[in-house]
Design a protein. Structure first.
Length: 225
């Protein structure tokens, strides 16, 4: 991994140890057909039983692409197998940030959050394409007694937490909010990495320990409808 890439992670408080455990690497490649020039990209491997099944790329300029995707799964799936408590975040960097704070029982959704919550019955799992990663990985989720929804603390993140809760079962879900003590309006905290950078591991731990039942946060998701 290049020094530029290591410095980028270091600025976000992600250690080399965490990168190695999660098998994060760097490649020099063409990101898409629209961009003919090759560039350096961070490589996040999606592992299933220890084997790479998907690969997500991210440039330091915040462009994303899947290099290959055989099956839609969570990032970090192997880390939640046989876990009674699972934490769900919204992005690979947040998954790594949680590990820096001592939490490895964490997965990230593979793609971005929705803008709205649509009312009405859920689609059949076979037709629920946007959330295929939930149903494809159901055996790993089914045994968990507690699922902590630690998606971004913004309107799309609240909408995502509501959509996930409807599929996972609201009665076992808690909502994590990222307003760590000491955060200012000039430096708002909307996700795990924000809190890690601004408040350190203890700030992340505080947010996790303050998680509340999702039903108490309905006003956020309804505002996105």
């Amino acid at each position: 991994m290049s020094q530029d890439c290591l410095s980028w992670f270091a600025a976000r408080k992600i250690s080399l140890e965490t990168l190695l455990r999660n098998r994060v690497t760097e490649e020099h490649l063409q990101m898409s057909k629209k961009h003919s020039e090759k560039e350096n990209a961070i490589v996040f491997p999606y592992l299933l039983h220890g084997k790479v099944t998907n690969t997500k790329l991210r440039t330091l300029g915040r462009r994303f692409a899947f290099k290959r995707q055989h099956q839609s799964i969570w990032y970090g799936l192997d880390d939640i197998v046989n876990q009674d408590t699972i934490i769900i975040v919204e992005g690979e960097m947040d998954k790594l940030s949680m590990e820096e704070a001592g939490f490895t029982n964490v997965v990230s959704v593979p793609h971005g959050a929705p803008q709205v919550v649509k009312q009405g019955p859920l689609p059949e799992p076979s037709k629920d394409k946007a959330f295929a990663y939930v149903w494809n990985c159901w055996p790993a989720l089914e045994r968990a007694a507690c699922i902590m929804l630690a998606t971004d603390d913004d309107v799309p993140g609240h909408a995502l937490s509501e959509k996930l809760a409807r599929r996972l079962g609201r009665d076992r879900c808690l909502r994590v909010l990222w307003a760590a003590p000491g955060a200012t309006s000039a430096a708002p905290s909307k996700d795990a990495n924000d809190v890690l950078v601004q408040r350190g591991p203890l700030g992340v731990q505080h947010c996790i320990h303050q998680a509340k039942p999702l039903s108490n946060r309905m006003q956020y998701t309804m505002a996105a409808s």
